[in-house]
Design a protein around this ligand. Sequence first.
Ligand code: ACO
Length: 354
Amino acid sequence: MGSRILGCGSALPALRVTNDDLSRVVDTSDEWIAKRTGIRARHIAVEETATDLGVSACQKALEDAGVDAGQIDLIVCTTGTPDALFPSQAALIRAGLGAVNAVCFDLNAACAGCVYALTTAHSLLQTMPGMRRALVVGSERMSRAVDWTDRATCVLFGDGAGAVVLERCDDDQGVLASVLKNEDDVDDVLRANSLYAGDFPFTAEGVAERTAEQIAAQSEAGGQTMEEALASTTCVGDAPLLLMKGREVFKFATRVMPEVLQEACDQAGVAVEDLAVVIPHQANERIISYAAKKLGLPLERFHMVIQETGNTSSASVFMALDDARRAGRIQPGQLIGMTGFGAGLTAGAVVLRA
Ligand code: ACO
């Protein structure tokens, strides 16, 4: 038994921000960003939520697959920037789609989330009685996690969502092999904080002292109503700021991406050269170029959308897959490799037959 991809979809926010536009926000230039990363533009969600983007990508994937939302049994959403801590991002997308028969949950494996989510959905389709079709979706608003005063990181990221419909099949088609890998991030090379941002009323010694005036003023100001909170576009307060040691991430990525892809090919019993297309995590064109060289594959085999999207974290592989398919790069029967790496540290690869 296996599971194959029936359809793909992706969604970008309306606002397109070029490198030149960004040079009005931080001290940077199109030349620096393009040369170091390959990025020319990214899309930023001003009005759109992660739910809006995820629902849109899923609707396109459902349409592509010729499947109704009601025929979906499982939704796995991978995200590091959900609209809420709970309900899960998957639950919000389920409601937006009307996927009333779906079991749903989130999964966070940072930028490697795509391969972790695909592997999880594939495994559940094989083992859970009655589960036949899954939506696997990555939806990210990285623009709410980055520090817009830090030029070393903010220029790298963008917002977007991508999705696939995965269906259990009786032959060994679709997903052939999957490799997941973790290493401790001992040097703290990648982190985004999402701690409670409000006024915390406790210290290690006990309840924090407040004057009667402070307590009265807080009662008067009151908390936000549910409507006000939902209208806010911030994910979790003002706390989450992304911290990254770029060079260390670069070294990790260029070491681990070829490793996991090679392992997945070995597991599938195919040669790396047999991969017709590789869909890598879209973090940096130079990382992809290094990985291609190490694997002995021509760079043209690696499909990229990073020029237009920036790094959309766990959505990026789904988005690039959708672009490759719509560009006619993926033909039935071809071998496809997908690979990602991210905070944690996480890495993984999937080999499948289209
Ligand atoms: N514009 C102009 N100059 C800049 C910018 C910018 N946006 N950012 C940094 N600089 C400057 C630095 O201040 C530094 O100046 P100095 O030499 O005067 O000190 C100089 O450019 C070089 O900076 P480095 O950080 O050393 O640049 P490097 O060549 O390492 O490139 C980069 C930085 C692009 C971030 C690279 O390290 C990289 O791609 N790393 C991997 C990052 C990555 O993939 N992150 C993904 C994270 S999340 C995920 O997807 C898993």
